[in-house]
Design a protein around this ligand. Sequence first.
Ligand SMILES: *[C@@H]1O[C@H](CO)[C@@H](O)[C@H](O)[C@H]1NC(C)=O
Ligand SMILES: *[C@@H]1O[C@H](CO)[C@@H](O)[C@H](O)[C@H]1NC(C)=O
Ligand SMILES: [Cu+2]
Length: 180
Amino acid sequence: MNSSMKSLFLVILLLNILLVPIGANVIGIAEFTKHIKGVAKFIFDGEMKIIVNVKDGLDVGLVYPFHIHEFPVRNHNCSTAGGHLDPTNAAVEGKLYMCDPNQPKKCEVGDLSGKYGGLIPNIKGHVHKQINDPFVKIFGSFGIRGRSIVIHKPDLNKTRLDCANIKIVHNHKRSLTRLI
Ligand SMILES: *[C@@H]1O[C@H](CO)[C@@H](O)[C@H](O)[C@H]1NC(C)=O
Ligand SMILES: *[C@@H]1O[C@H](CO)[C@@H](O)[C@H](O)[C@H]1NC(C)=O
Ligand SMILES: [Cu+2]
């Protein structure tokens, strides 16, 4: 290999490293297995992209609320997930909380259906929903790490139909260490 080929190789190698899109990989996954068969994927590409796919467990004709909840789920008990992720205290105790989708900044960070609409099964009962959310982060008080996703029945009691912990995927270490 002559020297100009060597430098060409070096340039290509360098470009490869630089062009690895920082965090443009799945960085979080929540898998629903109990009442619902589905998955929520989190992709960070400067902004959080959330993709929810449901294959089974939701009824056609209903709109299901879903949120990022503050705590992880223990023993498949969705009550242990606590309330919605709300680092900005958008919900004030004793006051009626309403999320205006035109002002998502004022909504609870975890109130995904409030900001972007609920899960609407198609005729086959499948859901494919994709969201770009500028408020949700990976780590810290706005972060998905250590949180869970709860899908609710659209009833007055907001029954927790199913829940799943968000697992941070560790097989993209370079992207993650650059983001920390
Ligand atoms: C589920 O968790 C809640 C909140 O921690 C608790 O009050 C309740 O007893 C638990 N239910 C079961 C069946 O363990
Ligand atoms: C909602 O909660 C109330 C009070 O706990 C209970 O009486 C009622 O049966 C519940 N309704 C549904 C649809 O779960
Ligand atoms: Cu919820």
